[in-house]
Write a protein that binds this ligand. Structure first.
Ligand code: AMP
Ligand code: MG
Length: 521
């Protein structure tokens, strides 16, 4: 374990890829470059709120807090060997090409060669303006920073591919935000999360160069990506771009199937928020299903179109993957285009197969059986029954208990379900019990299987909101530490922590931050 000054840095990204020759942070179009060298802007009073020891360990970093470390995590000090930059990327936002976006408030400090020899991009979010900040301030508020820290770490412990978070600091500088976009801006505490991932490259990192007909920069970025993370797709001068695309499609399909397993709604699946490594990135107005509702979107900006609703995430991933395919077309010959198309056409089937497999595992069913389709359809019909609110997380945990009619599942409902619904549930339970008998497993084995894929603790929107309010009141990160500790073991029931496995309370139904999230962060 080394101090922050003694870590080993790797500057391959900035060394290999074309950079912006200009260094000023004036908002502008940056052409022919994958990044702009830029430094974080110092903050007045950095205070450490959380440091995640597992992520420090990944980096080989000594997790003992020190002033020198906190200064780096706040952007007040850059360690020799770091080569800070903001990445240039574009993206399709809500289905429309938005042109250049880029790291408007994220600054990668450098790449750290971790304890296991892999490299990790270490990135501050909210570290001040860059040429990609457009008209915004380059900063982040405490509320959204807590949300990113908690959820990315929770996802990791749930087994969902994700970026990680090393730390959270408050800056001592207020940030002005109009939370509900209703003309009432207010000052909020500013904060910086230090995020960690093998790479933060996004679909939009490639799209931007194709959109500008800059095939040279595109090719260099793709070569870099393949040599680094997809070495199977490089043979000397030749790049197997279709094979690379097939791998991205595969990891993306798996990631989305995993979101569906745990009830996660990303909320803003623009192509600039889609990782080339199939990681969940950019935690903004995300949410967790409480009452199961495939039409629910946490993002108030998405409330009218509901493009990013829970049940549309597979379709949006397909649409996004198609944008990546289009971005890669300049690098392939006609046979390559056909190969890209074939991968694209197969994507919905691949994702649906993952989802089906996972859905059966959520019911403890591992062997294939003729009644599987009927069981799954019946389960969806129960979960999504109109006029009924059934907590997704608690429903699957209750189902893992010995099957005894509707009994244990009753407590997963919000309010009293109508009689007709209980009859529907009872009928389905009888079919499910028969299917379980065909599987030939006892109650204990079924519970073991189910409780390994159906979490008990997820970062429910209201739980995170409670922590945000405690942190804003200045509890020094105490409530945050408890929640993060609970979420380290999401599948094992923890004594004395029933609060964290509770249904959403009534007060949280319409409260901003609990059911309605804003991109204002
Ligand atoms: P998002 O939808 O949060 O992923 O952000 C979309 C784009 O807006 C990205 O290019 C961000 O860097 C940029 N952005 C968001 N918030 C800010 C901010 N406060 N300052 C500068 N850029 C921002
Ligand atoms: Mg983003």
């Amino acid at each position: 374990m080394a101090g922050i000054d003694a870590l080993q840095f790797d500057d391959r990204f900035v060394r290999t890829l074309p950079g912006d020759p200009k260094r000023d942070n004036r908002p502008r179009q940056v052409l022919g470059a994958a990044y702009t060298p830029t430094e974080p802007t110092p903050v007045p009073a950095p205070t450490l709120v959380a440091l995640v020891p597992e992520v420090a360990a990944l980096l080989g970093l000594d997790p003992t807090p020190s002033a020198g470390l906190v200064d780096v995590l706040a952007g007040n000090r850059v360690v020799p060997g770091m080569a800070p930059y903001a990445a240039c990327y574009g993206g399709h936002q809500f289905g429309t090409w938005a042109g250049q976006l880029g790291d408007g408030r994220a600054i990668t400090l450098g790449e750290v060669v971790g304890a296991g020899g892999e490299t990790f991009e270490v990135q501050l979010k909210g570290a001040g303006p860059t040429p990609y900040s457009r008209r915004a301030d380059g900063r982040a508020v405490l509320r959204s920073s807590v949300r990113e820290l908690v959820c990315s770490e929770a996802m990791h412990h749930l087994g969902v591919p994700t970026t990680r978070a090393l730390s959270l600091v408050t800056t001592g500088a207020p940030v002005l935000r109009d939370l509900l976009y209703d003309g009432h801006p207010a000052e909020e505490p500013g904060a910086i999360v230090c995020r960690v991932a093998p790479s933060f490259l996004r679909f939009g990192s490639y799209e931007i160069h194709t959109a500008r007909d800059d095939h040279e920069t595109l090719r260099r970025l793709v070569r870099f990506t393949l040599e680094r993370w997809f070495p199977r797709c490089v043979a000397g001068e030749a790049l197997d771009v279709p094979a690379f695309f097939a791998e991205v499609a595969s990891t993306t399909a798996w990631m989305v199937a995993e979101w569906l397993r745990v009830g996660f709604v990303h909320g803003v699946m623009n192509t600039d928020n889609m990782s080339i490594l199939g990681l969940t990135i950019d935690y903004g107005p995300y949410g967790w299903l409480e009452p199961f509702d495939p039409d629910w979107t946490p993002n108030i900006t998405d409330a009218s179109g509901r493009r990013y609703r829970f049940g549309n995430q597979a379709q949006v991933a397909h649409w996004n993957i198609a944008q990546l395919a289009r971005a890669l077309v300049p690098l392939v010959d006609p046979a390559g285009v056909a190969a890209l198309q074939a991968t694209l056409e197969a994507f919905p089937r691949v994702l649906a197969a993952h989802h089906r497999h996972t859905s059966l595992r959520k019911l403890g069913l591992h062997a294939a059986h003729a009644s599987d389709d009927a069981i799954l359809e019946g389960m969806s019909a129960v979960l999504g029954a109109p006029g009924v609110e059934l907590d997704m997380t608690l429903c699957f945990r209750a189902l893992a208990e010995p099957l005894a009619g509707v009994g244990p599942i009753r407590r997963a409902y919000y309010g009293e379900p109508p009689h007709a619904h209980l009859v529907q549930l009872d009928t389905w339970l009888a079919a499910y019990a028969a299917r379980v008998r065909a599987e030939g497993i006892d109650d204990a084995e079924r519970a073991r299987r189910m409780n390994a894929v159906n979490p008990l603790y997820v970062p429910r929107n209201y739980l995170v909101q409670e922590v945000i309010e405690a942190t804003e009141r200045g509890d020094g990160g105490a409530a945050l530490a408890v929640l993060m500790d609970v979420l380290r073991q999401p599948y094992a029931e923890q004594a004395g922590r029933a609060h964290f496995a509770g249904k959403r309370p009534e007060w949280a139904r319409v409260k901003p931050g609990c059911s309605m999230l804003s991109c204002s962060s």
